[in-house]
Design a protein around this ligand. Structure first.
Ligand SMILES: Nc1ncnc2c1ncn2[C@@H]1O[C@H](COP(=O)(O)OP(=O)(O)OP(=O)(O)O)[C@@H](O)[C@H]1O
Ligand SMILES: Cc1ncsc1CCO
Ligand SMILES: [Mg+2]
Length: 259
């Protein structure tokens, strides 16, 4: 889908959120015209996966007792044919590595969205990080492609250069908008936004469309303010008014296809 379809169809995006950024994530989903819903309750997962159009599992503040819950949520979504997006926050920290390994072995995932360091973990490539932030340097195209091969998932690697790859077909968007990394939760919001854009089918260009819409809104917001507080509000405003024609032009100019 594109932003116009999202506004028309208003997909329901179910997020198993972390406890740091759910308000911002819900607002990003809401201002683009989709419907946000958050839950962490096993008893209602089947019913909610039934009405949702996409399910996002964010492991930013996961506890050990919750690992089976996220596995169950991903299985319910899979059985109901709903796409599952994993946001593996700071996955290289040992407890998180173990939790995600367990999740991958019994759960189901269609898309993994993370920064370069998080995606590098799935690719078995070293990449420096500090907590939730990627701090190193590396070949992000190779990292995304290798992670896609190893996991079988579509990879959405975010950063100054955004990369989407299913292992065969790869698209990149290399536009630096520093302000997007100055506020916490842009990655979390992007993961749930991708859910809205793949509600009618998982294709690499749909995932890239979500990433490009978010980056263009960030670029527009950055021309109006460079302070993180006002940037947050401006980003929501730009997402609210963004025009699909602007996104298409931006993608035609800036998105590169790699075989
Ligand atoms: N240096 C940068 N230049 C341009 N855009 C960036 C930059 N860093 C991040 N972004 C954009 O910010 C958004 C979030 O990506 P990022 O890689 O920072 O996620 P994250 O590390 O998971 O964030 P968080 O943990 O705060 O949610 C994406 O839209 C990405 O394109
Ligand atoms: C800061 C932080 N800590 C765990 S999750 C989170 C939000 C960014 O994903
Ligand atoms: Mg993150």
């Amino acid at each position: 889908m594109n932003i116009t379809d999202v506004r028309t169809k208003s997909p329901l995006v179910l997020t198993y959120a972390n406890f740091v950024t759910p308000q911002f994530v819900a607002n990003v989903v809401n201002v683009v015209g989709a419907s946000p819903l958050m839950s962490r309750e096993l008893a209602e997962f089947k019913e909610l996966a039934g009405i949702a159009n996409a399910v996002i599992i964010n492991t930013g503040t996961l506890q050990k007792v919750e690992i089976n819950d996220i596995i169950k949520l991903s299985q319910e979504a899979y059985q109901l044919g709903k796409p599952v997006i994993l946001d593996p926050v700071a996955v290289s920290v040992p407890f998180r590595s173990q939790a995600i390994t367990q999740f991958l072995s019994s759960g189901h995932v269609d898309v993994i969205r993370g920064n370069a360091a998080e995606i590098a973990w799935f690719a078995d490539i070293d990449f420096a990080s500090q907590g939730i932030d990627a701090t190193g340097k590396g070949d992000v195209i190779e990292i995304a492609q290798r992670a896609a091969h190893k996991t079988g998932a579509v990879i959405a690697l975010s950063g100054a250069c955004d990369v989407v790859s299913d292992g065969q077909y790869t698209q990149t968007l290399d536009i630096n908008v520093e302000q997007l990394s100055s506020i916490v939760g842009t990655g979390d919001a992007l993961s749930s936004l991708i859910g809205a854009f793949i509600a009618d089918g998982l294709k690499v260009p749909n995932v890239m469309n979500a990433m490009a819409t978010f980056k263009l809104a960030g670029q527009k917001a950055a021309t109006k303010t460079n302070r993180p507080g006002s940037f947050t509000n401006q980003l929501l405003d730009e997402l609210f008014v963004i025009d699909n024609i602007d996104v298409q032009n931006f993608m035609e100019k800036s998105v590169l296809n790699h075989g």
